[in-house]
Each structure stands twice: as structure tokens, then as C-alpha cells.
Design a protein around this ligand. Structure first.
Ligand SMILES: [Zn+2]
Length: 229
């Protein structure tokens, strides 16, 4: 039971595919909310560094380049939600990443008399994500790095520094990026659908400037913050 005068835990989930700008927005939104920014990648690294039992388990998978299983991820996240600084809430970044995790989070929060207050989805079409993530080029001479969108060479296909040809590593080629991302995006779509059904999903157009996306995210949060009396 939650005492009537207790402040409810405000849990906000930030959703977005790789390349959506989620990682840029998360700390800004967390600061605005006055709650910790909880990124699962950071949690894994911290748990491994601290040598906690769950961290050792996670390391077992990470060292093999495998995804950490849901039960370990969830255990780690619940530990984090119990920390003092999370008493008022958290901004979750990178969790839940599939429907099973979303359902486990609902159960865990319900046990604390809480629920996900809002899920903010930074929407960017899959092909635009592919374009963003496959924009990296390196020079064949010395590996100087360029980005076709944010840091293009002066002359297309040529290194500014040594004039050598720019090539794309296999990892950065559109077909590779598209294949790598397919499963992730499909799981994220399931998560979005889960929160849409619960009536807490709010979508923002991620194909705008960083500042405009921030403003839209904050505006959606304000709508979710209708005065509770
Ligand atoms: Zn070069």
C-alpha cells in the first residue's frame, strides 16, 4: 500500500531506435524531470565494475558479445529502482527493449504502487535510421573518419588530409546496418504497442532538429503532467 501523502514514483520510458537521437535527448529530459537517467548500458558496466553477483552473470554474456538475458537485465534494473535517488522516479533509456521486459517492469512497478507514467517514442522511419547509421566513411590511407551527414569531406569520396579514397567498412554499409537493426526495431515496435494499449504512449517526430525534438518531448510530458489536484 502506498500512503496517500507519498509522492508517486514517476517512471518515464524513452523509446527510439539506434540513430534516433535517443541518447542525446535522454540526459536533457531526465534533467528536466529531476530524476536520474537510467541507461541499461551504464547499469551493465557499473554492475560489472562493482563485481556484483548479477554483474558477474551479465559479464558472462557481454564477454561473448551476446545480449544479456531478460531476467538478469530486469534484476539489475530493479536494484537500480530501489536506490535512494530513484525514489521520485527515473527516466529509462534502453529498457524495456522487448515486450517481456515491459511486462516484467509493469509487475515490478505495480508491487511498489507505481506504473510507467509516460512512454516517449522518438519516431524515425527505419530507412532514415539506416541512412544515419551508414553515413560513416574512412580514408583508405590512414583511417581518417568522415560522416556524410555531419562531417563530410570537402571533395566527395576523397580524404581532406591525404587525398586517398574514402571507403565504407562492411559494418557501416547500408545492407549490414539494415540487417543488424531489423530485430531491434521489431522488438521496439512491440514495446511501443504495449504502451499504446496502456494509453501512455506519446510519439514525437524524430526527423527534426535536436532542439525541436527536445521541445516536443517536453511538451508531451507536460500534457502527461495534467494537474492532479
Ligand atoms: Zn586520410
Amino acid at each position: 500500500m502506498t500512503p496517500a501523502d507519498a509522492r508517486p514514483m514517476k517512471v518515464v520510458v524513452l523509446l527510439g531506435g539506434p540513430g534516433s537521437g535517443k541518447g542525446t535527448q535522454a540526459p536533457i529530459i531526465a534533467k528536466h524531470l529531476g530524476v536520474p537517467h537510467v541507461a541499461t548500458g551504464d547499469l551493465f558496466r557499473a554492475a560489472v565494475r562493482d563485481g556484483s553477483p548479477v554483474g558477474l552473470e551479465a559479464r558472462h554474456y557481454m564477454e561473448r558479445g551476446q545480449l544479456v538475458p531478460d531476467d538478469i537485465t530486469i534484476a539489475m534494473l530493479l536494484d537500480r529502482l530501489s536506490a535512494d535517488d530513484a525514489a521520485d522516479g527515473v527516466l529509462l533509456d534502453g529498457f524495456p527493449r522487448n515486450r517481456a521486459q515491459a511486462e516484467a517492469l509493469d509487475v515490478a512497478l505495480a508491487e511498489r504502487g507505481a506504473a510507467v507514467a509516460s512512454t516517449l517514442d522518438i519516431e524515425v522511419p527505419a530507412e532514415e535510421l539506416v541512412r544515419r547509421l551508414s553515413s560513416r566513411w574512412v580514408c583508405s590511407e590512414a583511417g581518417h573518419v568522415y560522416n556524410a551527414l555531419t562531417n563530410p569531406p570537402r571533395e566527395a569520396g576523397r580524404c581532406d588530409l591525404d587525398g586517398s579514397e574514402l571507403i565504407q567498412r562492411e559494418d557501416d554499409q547500408p545492407e549490414t546496418v539494415r540487417a543488424r537493426m531489423a530485430l531491434t526495431l521489431s522488438s521496439l515496435a512491440d514495446v511501443a504497442e504495449h504502451y499504446r494499449t496502456l494509453g501512455v504512449l506519446r510519439a514525437v517526430d524524430g526527423q527534426q532538429s535536436i532542439d525541436q525534438v527536445t521541445q516536443d518531448l517536453l511538451a508531451e510530458l507536460a500534457i502527461g503532467d495534467a494537474p492532479a489536484g
